[in-house]
Design a protein around this ligand. Structure first.
Ligand SMILES: Cc1ncc(C[n+]2csc(CCOP(=O)(O)OP(=O)(O)O)c2C)c(N)n1
Length: 892
């Protein structure tokens, strides 16, 4: 007790003890061991609370009396100063070049100085959760937690540093001038990761997923994941071929392995990584979340995400902020990520003064109140202390934590780059500076812990192993079967042509439709929502025609009934931006929530329906869902844009992962993007999901791009995405006004028979011989043309809908053109500007299918810089112009 009082600098009378007691009652571990013992001694079960409170008052009174003696105000202030500002004075820079803004003189206190101003700079006083602050304080200040390392641990550190250094030197000598983005200078990353992973295993972690960029990646692959040296050497020697695929450079490749730990095996995965810095971070947490879902969300902490960042990228890339914003949300949280910054104090050639506006490169992490530990990379024992603290904190509080490993970069940005041109002073110091391995080996030798020959021997053994292409630091377990992994073999090398039955029997449809439209007894719905549910009931019996929202929900219900899972996210997707989905129902009286689709999976089935309104971000959320989908072929993963326009916020993900991931890394992914698209007179924004950009990215059967125009088409398309054993991204232009259009309906029969039609031929009863013009189109303009044609009673113009733009439905279109082989006038009509949407993509493809008598022309607006007109009035004029041009035949 006495010790507890003494270690408590900020005592504030009896409130302080009561607060501590509250904490203790909630979680005994949240208070220090002395306080635990004391509170336990009070006999919680047998003594009344009033008595306990009296005891606290007495204790506090005694304390107040002693306070002047034991803890003076000055001491209180001093501890506070060290805790809040000690990190500024800590000796963090191995090069000794940084000059902290020393604006406060910290009073002399040997103990506090050692704790807060040594090789670790602790930032945690910004956290509001007192239990966490107390826990960290205890960890840092309690001498019991700062015991010297045992020799075995010290040897392990040296082994790790030897491996880190040995590998780089070996590669540097053998493959002179080849890019490897050496870790040298930041070598402590290897003992750090080794400790986090090994200790995580003892705390029941079964899988670790790592996301990282170029720096030190080869080192992590070899020395942490145990990639075989021969495989890496083959890559350096250009001996690797990619089965006819594009492939990627060696420092972007992912890897996974099972390694031995003191308590059994542990699965490690390093995510495939494109060149765009930081974009892998949200992808990694998506992957972690998918794995956590497989284990059961109650066991989420058993899957750990680690993100390794560069200092410039961490401070500069906005997606870092977005990823932090996801970290504690209901739909995206992963029970805490460990972030490690390999802070080599330079970004390519850019000095930190220009690379950021914050003091530390880690300041962004404060937005989620993550604790941050800056640590001098030349002090590997301090690094180990922080590593242990980080994994323990994550396991205890399920929150993100940041380690800022302050080091340096021994060479240029890559091995062909001369660093002294831009950082001359820094590199003069670096050239004289001993390696972390050398420093630590010398420390152990001087302390008499090891002999110089021992250190030397470690290095020669490591090199010999490399020469013999033996596995290195981690003990890799071959032939291990990950029982939680999902089987992707059914989807490998599968063609889009596989015939798929997406129809669902009528009685099953009716049963599911009824279940979907049934709400719990006593639940009150807001009147408009109630009307939607009432309408749904009528659609379930076929009393009224089915609309878009109903068909969409029914597609999910049937997939759930088939045993697939469904996960959807996006801004306001629970209701649907245009209130068409209402997948999440809110009780009008008490706000409770009911999600009908959650109740569809049959008993004893593990599949689930999850739907999450997301944070207001596109980049990180789309990346997350991509990461999620890469891990689960049995879940239909959908992301919906609020309006299609916003999809360009996730362009990096589309370019680097969605469209090219399979070619670069052989990774399949079946995620769906639902992008509301269409000109509704609402101005240049809110109108275009930039179909043209997706079409430009289409090649090598990389994805599917569809514009379905009926509820039944949507139903079959969504079902096809899961039922067909092909896992490729599906990009969908979805409607807005058409969600409630009187012509945009289907019947239950349309779902119980048929399939997704890539091309929908003329749907009215027109005679082929009468047709003098065929107008092809996609999306909303079809209904505009159809209504105008019917109103004008025109029967010589056929309207054909192209519903799948990629893969290009060549055969289906060929049939159409053959049907109308005598019709010369073929037109493509779109409401979007000529340089946008599908015209530039389609014209060449159409031309190849036409016979020599047929001509192809464009009907639609001229090219424009913006996607739509700013005024609704002009929009109406433009729509009329399109109709006139299409139906009267004015070519542009
Ligand atoms: C989004 C993005 N912009 C620019 C680059 C080019 N680039 C590659 S590495 C690098 C410097 C990164 O510095 P830092 O994050 O400190 O990592 P370091 O290379 O120093 O380890 C830059 C600018 C990139 N890969 N990605």
């Amino acid at each position: 007790m006495k010790e507890s009082w003494q270690s408590s600098y900020l005592i504030n009378g009896d409130d302080y003890i009561e607060n501590l007691y509250e904490l203790f009652l909630r979680d005994p571990q949240a208070v220090s061991s002395d306080w635990q013992k004391y509170f336990q001694s009070l006999g919680i079960e047998t003594v009344s609370h009033e008595q306990i409170r009296e005891e606290f008052k007495l204790l506090a009174k005694q304390k107040q009396n002693q306070r002047a003696v034991v803890v003076s105000d000055a001491q209180c202030d001093m501890a506070y100063l060290y805790r809040t500002r000690g990190h500024v004075y800590a000796k963090l820079d191995p090069l000794g070049l940084s000059t902290p803004p020393v604006d406060t003189v910290l009073p002399e206190d040997k103990k506090l100085q050692e704790i807060y101003c040594g090789s670790i700079g602790a930032e945690y006083m910004h956290m509001t959760n007192q239990a966490e602050v107390n826990w960290i304080q205890d960890r840092l200040e309690n001498p019991a937690n700062r015991q010297p390392l045992v020799l075995e641990k010290q040897k392990r550190i040296l082994e790790c540093l030897t491996a880190a250094d040995g590998l780089e030197k070996y590669l540097g000598t053998k493959y002179v001038g080849q890019k490897r983005f050496s870790l040298e200078g930041g070598d402590s990353l290897i003992p750090l990761l080794d400790e986090v992973i090994q200790r995580a295993a003892t705390q029941s972690v079964k899988e670790v997923v790592i996301g990282m960029a170029h720096r030190g990646r080869l080192n992590v692959l070899m020395n942490i994941l145990g990639k075989a040296p021969r495989d890496l050497f083959d890559e350096f020697e250009g001996k690797v071929y990619n089965n006819g695929k594009t492939g990627d450079v060696k420092y972007h490749m992912g890897f996974s392995s099972d390694i031995k730990t003191s308590v059994g095996s542990l699965h490690l995965a390093l995510a495939f990584n494109p060149s765009h810095l930081e974009i892998v971070s949200p992808v990694t947490i998506g992957s972690v979340r998918a794995r956590q879902k497989r284990y059961g969300l109650d066991k989420r902490s058993e899957i750990l995400g680690i993100q390794i960042h560069g200092d410039a990228a961490f401070a500069g890339q906005g997606v870092v902020m977005e990823t932090f914003a996801l970290s504690q949300t209901r739909g995206f949280g992963t029970a805490g990520t460990i972030h490690i910054i390999v802070n080599n104090q330079v970004g390519f050639t850019t000095d930190p003064r220009d690379a950021r506006s914050s003091y530390y490169c880690t300041d962004i992490a404060k937005m989620v109140e993550a604790p941050i530990f800056h640590v001098n990379g030349d002090d590997p024992e301090a690094v180990l202390f922080v590593a242990q603290l980080a994994i323990d904190y994550r396991m205890k509080f399920a929150k993100d934590i940041v380690i800022d490993l302050i080091c340096y970069r021994r060479h240029g940005h890559n091995e062909a780059d001369e660093p002294a041109a831009t950082q001359p002073v820094m590199y003069q110091v670096i050239r004289q500076h001993p390696t972390p391995r050398q420093i630590y080996a010398d420390t152990l030798i001087q302390a008499g812990k090891i002999k110089a020959e021992d250190a030397e021997k470690l290095m020669t053994t490591y090199r010999d192993n490399l020469d013999a292409s033996k596995n290195l630091l981690p003990e890799v377990i071959s032939q291990h079967i990950n029982q939680h992994g999902e089987d992707w073999t059914p989807y490998i090398d599968k063609s889009f042509d596989i015939k798929t039955n997406t129809a669902v029997k009528l009685d099953v449809l009716k049963k599911l439709a009824t279940e979907m439209s049934t709400i719990p007894e006593g639940m009150t719905l807001q009147p408009q929502v109630a009307k939607t549910i009432e309408d749904n009931k009528k659609m379930a019996t076929g009393e009224i025609a089915m609309n878009w929202g109903f068909a969409e929900n029914l597609a999910y219900a049937t997939l759930l009934n088939d045993g697939f899972s469904v996960r959807m996210s996006g801004q306001d997707c629970g209701r649907g931006t245009f209130a068409h989905r209402h997948a999440v129902l809110h009780d009008y009286q008490n706000g409770s929530i009911y999600i009908p689709l959650e109740h569809i999976p049959q008993k004893n089935q593990k599949n689930t329906f999850s739907i999450f309104d997301s944070i207001l971000s596109e980049e990180a959320v789309v990346a997350f869902e991509y990461g999620f989908a890469t891990n689960t072929p049995s879940t239909l993963v959908l992301w919906e844009a609020q309006f299609g326009d916003f999809v360009n916020g996730s362009q990096v993900v589309i370019d680097q992962f969605i469209s090219s991931g399979e070619q670069k890394w052989g990774r399949l992914n079946g995620m769906v993007m639902l992008l509301p698209h269409g000109q509704e007179g609402m101005g240049p924004e809110h109108s275009s999901a930039r179909l043209e950009r997706f079409l430009q990215l289409c090649a090598q059967d990389n994805m599917q791009v569809c514009v379905p125009s009926t509820p039944a088409q949507l139903f079959h398309m969504l079902r096809r995405q899961m039922v067909r054993p092909v896992r490729k991204p599906l990009i969908v232009m979805t409607p807005k006004s058409l969600l409630r259009h009187k012509l945009v309906t289907s019947s239950l029969d349309d779902l119980s028979q048929g399939a997704f039609q890539k091309v929908i031929p003329e749907s009215d009863n027109l005679k082929t011989a009468d047709i003098t013009r065929v107008i092809l189109c996609s999306g909303k303009i079809y209904y505009t043309l159809l209504e105008a044609r019917r109103a004008k009673k025109i029967n010589n113009i056929a309207l054909v809908r192209v519903e799948e733009l990629y893969p290009f439905p060549k055969e289906d279109l060929k049939k159409i053109f053959d049907t109308y082989s005598k019709t010369q006038d073929i037109a493509w009509c779109q409401e979007e500007p000529k340089n946008q949407f599908a015209w530039t993509y389609l014209k060449g493809k159409f031309k190849k299918l036409l016979n020599p008598t047929q001509t192809l022309r464009y009907v639609g607006p001229l090219s424009a810089a913006a996607p739509a007109l700013g005024s609704n009035k002009l929009h109406v004029v433009q729509q009329q112009q399109i109709i006139d041009d299409a139906l009267q035949g004015n070519a542009k």
